[in-house]
Design a protein around this ligand. Structure first.
Ligand code: ATP
Ligand code: MG
Length: 293
């Protein structure tokens, strides 16, 4: 699949209405994508194993969406083949009093993946450019007036770009997904949450409040994605009305970015190989006999 058409172009404005939410390419059903998804999940697991052994790079995957956009399901599904030991998942909620007493990247920095790991952010510092901007929550951050007045959003865009460049230069690669659902599909999913007892807990009255701001959110997302899609932190707009297509596409993108890191198992040098021989001899010379076949 050609992935660049889903990538938000660098240094160019976009409008989300130009991106379809129900696209599924040549695929017509979940069944048609099942095998490919399975293959990608397997490939991801192989690459993750090497990434972990290599222990040099980390991959940070950021997921943002409107409510009911399918972040949780995509994370659960696409990452199902990964080794939990090499994966670190964080869900970012409203900041606590302690977090608000720090700069907004404080809690993000603490949650960055270690070397060799895949980090997954379910929401992220990008909320700072979305919900914080829409609801004017800057006051809670207790910033001085002069900082707020001085073009704060433009500055923050720059800070986000700079931060991801910094991460890149320190071997942490960032890839960002915006799960793009239509307003109709959100309504359908909310109704399902209300109808299905196993999903009731997922519904929150604030979801309806946020829905009232749909158009404003779409504009903010478009502006944010345009301003912060760079080669150090590309954004992908994932058509997400069809969950099965969204999951396939996300898996393709992750495989592509993982493979680009060219992770390899560490190679032994001659002295180490010699040592392995000595250890083998030592083990084999023991009285205890084992079948080594
Ligand atoms: P679900 O999709 O299952 O509802 P969720 O990610 O929406 O999961 P919630 O606990 O419902 O989880 O919501 C988290 C809330 O925290 C969101 O409304 C989000 O906008 C808010 N939030 C996250 N980061 C920040 C931030 N930096 N400032 C203010 N609000 C934030
Ligand atoms: Mg929610």
């Amino acid at each position: 699949m050609k992935l660049t058409k889903f990538r938000v172009p660098f240094k160019k404005g976009i409008s989300l209405s130009d991106y379809p939410t129900d696209y599924s390419g040549k695929f017509k059903s979940k069944e048609q994508t099942a095998k490919l998804l399975e293959k990608n999940i397997k490939r991801m697991a192989e690459l993750q194993d090497k990434l972990y052994a290599h222990d040099k790079y980390a991959l940070l995957l950021i997921f943002q969406a409107m409510d009911a956009g399918g972040k949780d399901g995509a994370i659960k599904n696409v990452m199902s083949g990964l080794n939990p030991q090499g994966t670190q998942v964080y869900s970012f909620k409203q900041p606590s009093a302690e977090e608000l007493d720090h700069d907004y990247l404080w809690r993000i920095n603490k949650s960055l993946p270690e070397r060799g790991r895949i980090g997954i952010f379910n929401r992220s510092h990008y909320e700072e450019l979305l919900v914080v901007r829409l609801h004017n929550l800057l006051e809670k951050e207790k910033l001085p007036d002069e900082i707020i007045k001085d073009n704060i959003w433009e500055r923050r865009f720059r800070q986000f770009r700079d931060y991801e460049r910094y991460l890149h230069e320190n071997a942490i690669r960032t890839v960002k997904f915006y799960l793009h659902v239509s307003k109709d599909e959100q309504k359908r999913r909310f109704l399902k949450r209300l109808d299905d007892p196993a999903k009731n807990w997922k519904f929150s009255s604030s979801d309806l409040k946020e829905r009232e701001h749909w158009d404003k959110y779409q504009k903010l997302f478009a502006e944010t994605l345009s301003a912060t899609s760079t080669k150090y932190g590309p954004w992908y707009v994932i058509p997400a009305d069809k969950k099965w297509f969204a999951r396939l596409l996300i898996s393709e993108i992750i495989v592509k970015h993982l493979a680009a890191l060219k992770p390899e198992y560490p190679k032994m040098n001659d002295a180490q190989i010699k040592n392995l021989e000595i250890y083998r001899e030592k083990l084999l010379s023991e009285d205890v006999k084992v079948d080594t076949k």
